[in-house]
Design a protein around this ligand. Sequence first.
Ligand code: KIV
Ligand code: NA
Length: 270
Amino acid sequence: RKPVSLPRLADMHARGEKITMLTAYDATFAAVADQAGVDTILVGDSLGMVCQGRHSTVGVSLEHMRYHTECVARGVRRVQGTAWVVADLPFGSYQESREQALRNATVLMEAGAHMVKLEGGGWTAPTVEFLVARGIPVCGHLGLTPQTVHALGGYRVQGRAEADAQRLRQEALELADAGATLLVLEMVPATLARQLTGEMPHCATIGIGAGQGTAGQVLVLHDMLGMNLGRMPRFVRNFMEGQNSIQAAMAAYVQAVKQGQFPEDAVHGW
Ligand code: KIV
Ligand code: NA
């Protein structure tokens, strides 16, 4: 397999081949995910929950993200892997100014990321443009944005009311205009996610709890392995069921997404 690149992701989006994304936080899981055929590995700040035992991602620092990004990048390199590595800019590391965002994105890129992800719309568009112009690929993240859970009032579906859907659509188009080439849509109605995906030929949507109409799917590693300590979100499927290894579970996830068998709108949607 050839390494996954921006042109390759754009090509997959254009051809309608579903893009698979899975989180990983250390070298071994990253290497196994790569071997299972996962296209993109997200070093998510969800590590605050699954690795650090926090209740939210708010307390995750840039140094935490740098460390885990380095571990994941090493794991992929060690197996001469092909996965595209995305790293989350944590809360507080990009909100202050475009310059702050560039400085901190540089830290994650130097740690081995191929792309950084940041949450939110509107005010983030000039930041995305600033990073992209300076050679840093950017993934946006709209809908339920966990870093702002306290402002959102909890982990709940976003964009259900007509006015919220309009705003989300506006923000997505602005991010795509600014040069974001991937966009995570978390917990938004399937119809909205599908419509947006069709409207953005140069920005591939990656859904989580957003139905099957997106250009790709992402899940948190521990969730899809059935290792959730809290309540399992409705949009998750336990891919360990019926498998005898973690790599097989990951491969089953890849296959289910590629074949349009995950998610099922009726079970994993809103
Ligand atoms: O941190 C994370 O794992 C994420 C995904 C849920 C998209 O941002
Ligand atoms: Na995240």
